[in-house]
Design a protein around this ligand. Structure first.
Ligand code: FAD
Length: 526
């Protein structure tokens, strides 16, 4: 196949234009073209008066060799490739246990199931339909379930998310492609296979995780909900089982720890059981909301209402005078801010959207880097103590009833509690106007203040006085790393730290890909 890159078109181009361009670029007749497919689609909005759609296409022609030989241009060729499990089939003496059904656990479980190893997946939370009800009850009433919430339950933290599926992780082995193809097979829109910024939305994710569960079960695996792993059984520094809900013991010599970044009780259990861990830097801050139409206008100029353009996003960063970095993170176009608490007496925010991204506001976290030097103690779980402090102050600022504290950007800049909203309505559900400076360290507030001023120069209006701030945003990534060696095992043999909570991923795609790597390692190490 021949790969053609950088085929640029106007926004209102017709479908047939791609074919015409292929014929023109390759100098071939219509009857010589056997087939073509779009493998990448992106938007070039660098020139606001000339925004283009850019395609990469793979083309099949008759007599490809002859065409390549006579072409004056150097043409790139490609072969269709897909993910291949890298090891021979094997038998394990027992069923591997995967703790957690977030993207890391689900993909680890799927690959193990495809290898005929009949994994048992243990999830502390509810299956997704009950989980959706529990989360809605929490949003409506403030009644928080500590086992079924935005962080815990089927699909993990990503289920209530914007479902951005991009990753910076290199993909020599096509694990990325495997993840996207499995998502599509489980009901996700096909566009994610070629969009340069693939996104799936919480609405599709809810269906996808159920279908993936069914597939794992169909392959001989098992998925158990309400199954909190409360202890590990360790003999001679090797795992021999896990204890569930302080009672049942499941014997196994292969355990995957895909527990996410919010399983603080499990982190403590791992520390007590002498599983090697270290503190790691992460980032904290607030979420900011603007009208999506304002972001569209700034990013797309006169084309801001064009139907061929996706809802606009942004990615911003700034180095502050106090030496800290401040940056936008998990930007959700046309989405909601969510109340993502998982512990009683704590409030934490995040962002999510539906596939259409058609809500009024754009939201994004504004995060500032923090390091173990900022943490209050030396303990390996000091980062958790640090997160809890700010989440607990946010709970206080919200009125101690799980309302999200909210402040206008203009008031935040002058350290004044907000008393009324401007033109923008917050999307956060139940909220209380407050002073968010009371919920974060001064160096973080200073950096956010400086960042908002700097970002306003890049996106005019970013610093408008009535932009909505809410918080706190403390769960951007894990505060710890569970150490693993080059065969992916922890100091406890047979125990495999995996995904975001263990410190090896930073989003849905990288967590899923890490799950695949760990499944490969389990078979490789046999
Ligand atoms: P998790 O998804 O956190 O899954 C861990 C699972 O383990 C949970 O279901 C938990 O209940 C379970 N568990 C924990 N401890 C135990 C135990 N002891 N026993 C049994 N089960 C246990 N990332 C993106 O890439 N794009 C986005 O758009 C995006 N938006 C987000 C929006 C929100 C609201 C949130 C909260 C996160 C978002 N993220 C996003 C981050 C993304 O969800 C995570 O990076 C990803 O889910 C991490 O996957 P994981 O499998 O490592 O852990």
């Amino acid at each position: 196949m021949i790969r053609l890159q950088q085929l640029k078109f106007r926004l209102d181009h017709k479908k047939g234009d791609i074919k015409r361009k292929i014929l023109k670029v390759l100098h071939v007749k219509d009857n010589q073209l056997l087939d073509y497919s779009v493998v990448k689609k992106s938007i070039d909005a660098r020139k606001k008066n000339d925004i283009r759609i850019v395609y990469t296409v793979d083309v099949k022609v008759k007599e490809e060799e002859a065409l390549l030989a006579r072409s004056k241009k150097t043409l790139m060729t490609t072969k269709p490739t897909s993910y291949q499990f890298p090891h021979a089939l094997c038998q394990l003496d027992d069923r591997p246990v995967v703790i957690g059904t977030g993207p890391a656990g689900l993909f680890c479980g799927l690959i193990l199931a495809e290898q005929g190893l009949r994994p048992i997946l243990l999830e502390r939370g509810e299956e997704v339909n009950q989980r959706v009800k529990d989360v809605q009850t929490y949003f409506n009433t403030g009644e928080l379930s500590i086992s079924s919430n935005v962080q815990f339950g089927e699909g993990g933290a990503g289920t209530f998310s914007d479902g951005k599926l991009n990753t910076m992780v290199k993909d020599k082995y096509k694990r990325n492609q495997k993840v996207l193809e499995e998502f599509v097979a489980a009901g996700a829109p096909k566009e994610i296979l070629f969009d340069s910024k693939p996104h799936i939305g919480t609405d599709y994710l809810r269906e996808v995780v159920q279908n993936m569960r069914e597939k794992i079960i169909g392959l001989g695996g098992e998925v158990r909900f309400h199954s909190l792993v409360t202890s590990l059984v360790i003999e001679n520094e090797a795992i021999t089982g896990v204890q569930v809900n302080d009672s049942e013991v499941i014997s196994t010599q292969h355990v995957v720890l895909a527990i996410g970044h919010s399983a603080r009780d499990t982190f403590r259990m791992l520390k007590d059981m002498k599983v090697a861990m270290e503190k790691k830097p992460f980032a904290i801050g607030l979420r900011i909301e603007h009208p999506q139409i304002m972001i569209n206008k700034q990013q797309y100029g006169d084309y801001y209402q064009h139907k061929a353009l996706p809802v606009a996003d942004y990615k911003l960063s700034h180095h502050c005078l106090n030496g800290r970095g401040v940056y936008s993170f998990c930007m959700c176009p046309g989405g909601y801010v969510v109340n993502a608490s998982s512990e009683l007496g704590h409030v934490v925010t995040n962002g999510m959207s539906n596939y259409l991204r058609d809500e009024a506001n754009a939201n994004s976290a504004l995060l500032v880097n923090v390091t173990p030097d900022d943490f209050p103690e030396d303990d390996v779980l000091a980062g958790v103590t640090f997160q809890r402090k700010w989440e607990s102050l946010a709970f206080d600022a919200g009125g101690r009833n799980y309302h999200i504290p909210v402040q206008l950007a203009g008031d935040f800049m002058v350290n004044r509690p907000s008393t009324e909203l401007g033109e923008i309505q917050p999307s956060v559900g139940r909220y209380k106007l407050a002073n968010l400076r009371e919920c974060l360290p001064p160096y973080v507030c200073d950096a956010i203040q400086e960042g908002i001023q700097a970002f306003d120069k890049k996106i005019p209006g970013f610093g408008r006085g009535d932009a909505i701030l809410s918080g706190v945003e403390t769960r951007s990534s894990s505060p710890i790393r569970i150490l693993r060696d080059d065969i992916y095992m922890s100091n406890i043999r047979g125990l495999y730290p995996c995904g975001e909570g263990a410190g090896y991923a930073g989003g849905i795609m990288s967590a899923a890909m890490d799950g695949i790597k760990v499944a490969e390692a389990i078979v490789h190490n046999k």
